[in-house]
Design a protein around this ligand. Structure first.
Ligand SMILES: [Fe+2]
Length: 359
């Protein structure tokens, strides 16, 4: 079951996902944005994938959905909840429905209303385990706001405790937004640590959600009507966007930030003792040059290699400037890996201090 996976992060922590099957070369996109079509198309072309399906987890209110553009430009069919008011979907999904994308790639829809009446979680089974694309139902360390028209905090309580709570603890959680610079979580970790999941009383959950103070800029109505329209003509660039949740408190980072000399020393001494050194840049960047004895796993695909990471004596990350590597390191540390570090200045700092690379 060889899948290709890409997490595309936009400004403001908005996340889209591309999942492709390496055998059939078919792919689907979850929650594409209207302003990121070029990124999706470039990635699909580079990996020789054809997007045949596009899923929206719900009618978004915070950004302009690009599902219609993926459909128009690439010929994909749009799939959304049967309870949506959007005119876009070709396929209207009901709870439990399974949609075949191609090869071994299939998407199972779970109705998880609350944030909106049409909110769904999409499940994908890979050989690395199950992944739940939770949209704005469940975030890492929080949950989607429930003050938009049609939202229902009590339904969201059921969706989290009932639908998502029934998934295996090992299921990966990939939300529609991340406001904390974390790549992924698991159902088990959210059950144990997510302050919203830890509220076991429905009444208390509803009280907490109703008390959330979130801005609703005027652009909201415009965004929603765009996303309900089957063939909207254009979308305005910029403008104040809406947050879909309160920002979760990020735990204190315990990542060991290394300079080039320390990284070089660890690479020489610790690799033989079971440590792995992961370059999280994209394959194209890694192919241009790399630090010897490092392996390439882009940030999007780290969850597919969780077993290797977990069995390593230590995990050290690097990228070009130390920002992607820190996100990777903090994400895996949050899920329980304790010996984690990164090359703080990245490959640019490595080269600037006279260290060799392989071309
Ligand atoms: Fe949303």
């Amino acid at each position: 079951m060889g899948f290709i996976f890409k997490q595309v992060r936009a400004e403001g922590g908005c996340l889209s996902f591309i999942i492709g099957d390496q055998v059939s070369h078919r792919a689907c996109i979850i929650d594409p944005r209207a302003d990121q079509q070029d990124i999706y198309e470039e990635f699909l072309a580079a990996r020789k994938l054809t997007a045949t399906l596009v899923f929206d987890t719900h009618t978004h209110a915070d950004h302009y959905s690009g599902s219609h553009l993926v459909a128009q430009n690439l010929g994909a069919r749009i799939a959304m909840s049967a309870s949506t008011k959007s005119a876009r979907p070709d396929l209207k999904l009901v709870d439990g429905q399974i949609i075949e994308v191609g090869g071994g790639l299939a998407v199972r829809a779970l109705a998880t209303s609350g944030h909106t009446p049409d909110s769904m979680t999409f499940l994908v089974q890979g050989d690395w385990g199950q992944t739940a694309f939770t949209g704005d139902t469940l975030f890492i360390g929080g949950s989607g706001r429930t003050d938009f028209p049609g939202a229902d905090p009590s339904a969201q309580f059921d969706s989290i405790h009932g639908k998502l709570g029934a998934l295996p603890d090992s299921s990966w959680v990939l939300p529609g937004h991340d406001y904390s610079d974390l790549l992924f979580s698991t159902i088990g970790h959210e059950k144990r640590t997510n302050p919203h999941w830890l509220i076991s009383s429905r009444d208390e959950f509803v009280r907490v959600k109703n008390a959330e103070a979130l801005d609703s800029p005027g652009v909201l109505t415009q965004v929603v009507s765009f996303n309900l329209d089957a063939k909207p003509r254009s979308f305005p660039r910029g403008g104040a966007m809406t947050m879909c949740a309160t920002v979760a408190v990020k735990p204190q980072s315990k990542v060991e930030r290394l300079d080039a000399a320390n990284f070089r020393q660890l690479l020489a001494e610790q690799r033989a003792k079971g440590a792995i050194f992961i370059d999280v840049r994209e394959p194209e960047e890694f192919a241009r040059f790399r630090i010897a004895d490092t392996v390439n796993i882009p940030t999007s695909e780290l969850l597919m290699h969780w077993k290797e990471l977990k069995s390593a004596s230590a995990v050290y990350f690097l990228c070009d400037r130390g920002s992607r590597s820190l996100v990777a390191a903090e994400s895996v540390q949050r899920l329980g890996l304790d010996k984690v570090g990164d090359l703080a200045a990245g490959t640019s700092g490595w080269v600037a201090t006279g260290n060799a690379v392989v071309k």
